[in-house]
Design a protein around this ligand. Structure first.
Ligand SMILES: *Cc1c(COP(=O)(O)O)cnc(C)c1O
Length: 696
């Protein structure tokens, strides 16, 4: 028995379980309520569960062999030959360091707020699958990002839950004498210390800095308390820790890094630390060192709107960097400040732009979709003599978001290693109608049960009456067309666009012949009152009886909720203001689960869309001649028409066995054409071929 427990523990400490449905099933079978109580955190689960009960259950439910089988598969996975080894065997481990302010890896690790973090997490996961010699660097936030709940008035409220690192799948990095390894960064008038947590994701290590150590003042401890929390001064401290501290962390751990990948501008102070180190090492000037480092920095930008960029005011930069510039970089503060204010040539500008720092210091720059690449090239308008902005379209880590039912179908049809087979998506798209449809129905039902469970416990916690709770257990229709809309409630994403013409929407929602239901979910940034107002609006529609209970708002959008939604929805809706969605990734998550996309031609969908496998919403580009309201009306109308004339009739067009043959044809085409390409498997290969193996 002890051996089984050891195997379970070893499996739990390697986050490759986050893309293993069998691992989740085993914990659910041991005790589902306890698994949910532990926030699907296997370490907390194993640390707190009664061991005689655990052993008894493993015995009684015959779980021992399944655990051992998982363990053997895991050992095979971490030692197998990989894409990198096969293609780049002549390259001796050029280690790539990947810096990001957030990482979305597992539901229990509250180290992300949204798409940027999930992308970083998926980058780690696919780097592991492909065997890329890569190491991740980030921050260990004590309170992470907030938990959203909707209060009695329909308003978003925020709760900050503490991360107990000792009971999470991570280890404190210690030296030979078991003392925590620490790095320090200088902040005016003092030194801030940070300890290091190590997470293992398949073959990849991710290191996170944590300032909650005894040597620090209370204020400095709080540098790593909340992701995107605090004021701009806290933010600059966080970014100093990430960029400068992150470089020191890699040095202390003995890594020889060949290329530095900056995921968004938050870590751009790293560029200065690299230069400072180079100057010292080679006894060269700032500009000589900058030139050397430039060729091994990679910058990925994620926002097509100038307002979305991280910017610091001059006084703040002066406070934190005057001495650093003079002593470490041998620059005057004015010269230093220019580095964050480069290509606009406006000397009166008093803002220091982190994206400009990154751009100015990186030979390799990319946007995250083809369209975003174009928009970024226009926006930054780089001098012709330097390297230009490329694009590498985002992807998702397929197995992380794949439902257990779809996966079971793929395993039963093609074997356990299905995902590594050549032409697998063609093969999957050729599966029989009945099988694809059965998996689809199971996926939808599982989502609806999840909504019912969540809903009734939400209501119970609000002290609702018994009848209300009972009602909640019966919401939604297992066979109705289910449309999902879930993402951050940033204004440009227009979470409420579908309600633009309420009467027309009502007609769609109350048509008894073609039932349709919408599930919404998403958080607004705590300071974004407009985003919060949109959430309150949707919650009000949810409680509006005239809408037939066909609108659901699911609180606290996080990875586990996202997984259920992308697995269960038939159609995934996305209606941002074009071209503000750099890529968008949630729509990619539905593909392998048999969901279809219905979206504005923005971000990834602008390059992916074809009528055989999805729908577009016609849009007008922003211009002076069209007001925002006119634009919204035009796009909402296009949305209603497509729903009424195409999507609903197609879903309810059934053959004699009640199978929507034409709909399934679309699912086939979607899987065949999109599933392989819009994955981080393809994306990380592209980073490797274009950037990682070309640094000098
Ligand atoms: C995928 C994902 C996102 C990003 O969704 P977009 O469509 O790119 O906005 C945000 N949050 C969570 C939890 C996700 O899983």
């Amino acid at each position: 028995m002890q051996e089984i427990l050891n195997q379970l523990k070893e499996l739990s400490y390697n986050l490759s379980w986050t893309w293993n449905n069998e691992f989740y099933s085993v914990f659910e079978e041991i005790n589902k309520d306890f698994w949910i109580w532990s926030d699907r955190n296997p370490i907390k689960f194993l640390d707190t569960i009664n061991h005689s009960y655990l052993f008894e259950t493993l015995e009684k439910k015959n779980l021992k062999d399944r655990i051992t089988e998982m363990y053997i598969d895991y050992k095979k996975y971490v030692s197998a030959d990989t894409f990198f080894k096969e293609n780049y065997s002549d390259i001796v481990s050029p280690t790539i360091a990947y810096f990001s302010a957030e990482f979305g890896i597992a539901n229990c690790l509250k180290l992300y707020s949204g798409g940027l973090g999930v992308l970083s997490g998926d980058h780690m996961k696919s780097s592991s699958d492909l065997g890329i010699p890569l190491v991740g660097v980030g921050l260990a936030y004590l309170y992470g990002y907030f938990r959203q709940y909707i209060d009695k008035n329909g308003k978003q409220a925020e709760l900050y839950e503490k991360n107990y690192f000792e009971h999470l799948p991570m280890h404190l990095v210690t030296d030979d004498h078991y003392r925590p390894v620490k790095i320090s960064v200088e902040i005016p008038g003092r030194v801030v210390k940070a300890q290091i947590w190590k997470l293992v994701i398949g073959r990849i290590n991710l290191f996170l800095l944590d300032t909650f150590v005894d040597e620090n003042t209370v204020d400095d401890k709080r540098i790593t308390d909340i992701l995107y929390g605090g004021d701009t001064e806290k933010r600059i401290q966080q970014e100093i820790l990430l960029g400068i501290g992150g470089k020191k962390l890699l040095d202390v751990l003995g890594y020889t890094i060949k290329a530095f990948h900056l995921n968004e501008g938050h870590s751009a102070f790293l560029c200065f630390q690299r230069i400072a180190d180079k100057m010292k090492e080679l006894h060269i000037s700032y500009h000589e060192a900058k030139k050397i480092c430039y060729y091994s920095n990679i910058f990925t930008t994620h926002t097509p709107v100038p307002a979305g960029i991280d910017i610091f005011e001059r006084w703040l930069v002066e406070k934190y960097f005057k001495t650093y510039a003079e002593e470490k970089l041998k620059l005057s503060f004015d010269e230093f400040f220019e580095e964050g204010d480069l290509y606009n040539g406006d000397s009166s500008n008093s803002h220091f732009n982190m994206a400009e720092v990154a751009i100015n210091n990186s030979n390799f720059i990319n946007g995250v979709s083809r369209l975003h690449g174009e928009v970024s090239r226009k926006m930054w308008n780089l001098p012709a003599e330097r390297s230009q902005i490329d694009s590498i379209t985002n992807g998702i880590h397929t197995k992380t978001f794949l439902s257990k039912y779809s996966e079971r179908l793929y395993i039963n049809s093609f074997g356990k290693d299905w995902i590594n087979q050549d032409g697998i998506w063609d093969k999957i798209s050729a599966l029989p109608d009945e099988d694809l449809w059965k998996a689809r129905n199971r996926n939808r039902r599982r989502l609806i049960n999840f909504v019912r469970d969540t809903f009734s416990s939400e209501l119970q916690s609000l002290g609702a009456e018994y009848e209300k709770v009972k009602e909640a257990e019966e919401v939604l229709d297992e066979n109705a067309l289910t449309i999902g809309f879930a993402r951050r409630f940033a204004t440009y994403k227009r979470g409420n666009l579908i309600f633009k013409d309420l009467e027309r929407l009502k007609k769609i929602l109350t048509n008894p012949k073609m039932p349709v239901q919408f599930i919404f979910s998403g958080k607004a940034h705590p300071k974004d009152n407009e985003g919060k107002a949109i959430i309150a609006e949707i919650v009000a529609y949810m409680n509006d009886n005239s809408l037939n209970h066909k609108i659901i708002f699911l609180e606290n959008y996080e990875l586990e909720v996202a997984k259920r939604l992308v697995q269960g929805c038939d159609v995934w809706l996305n209606n941002p203001r074009r071209p503000q969605e750099a890529s968008g990734t949630s729509g990619m998550k539905v593909i392998a689960n048999g969901g279809l996309n219905f979206s504005i031609l923005d971000g990834w969908w602008a390059e992916a869309y074809a009528p055989e496998f999805g729908w577009k919403i016609d849009s007008v580009d922003e211009s002076d001649s069209v007001s925002l309201d006119e634009k919204d009306w035009f796009e909402a109308n296009s949305m209603y028409t497509t729903l009424e004339k195409e999507i609903l009739p197609l879903f309810y067009l059934r053959d004699a066995h009640n199978i929507p043959v034409e709909w399934i044809k679309k699912i086939r085409a979607s899987i065949k054409n999109l599933a392989g390409y819009f994955s981080t498997e393809r994306m990380v290969q592209e980073y490797t071929e274009k950037f990682y193996t070309r640094v000098s």
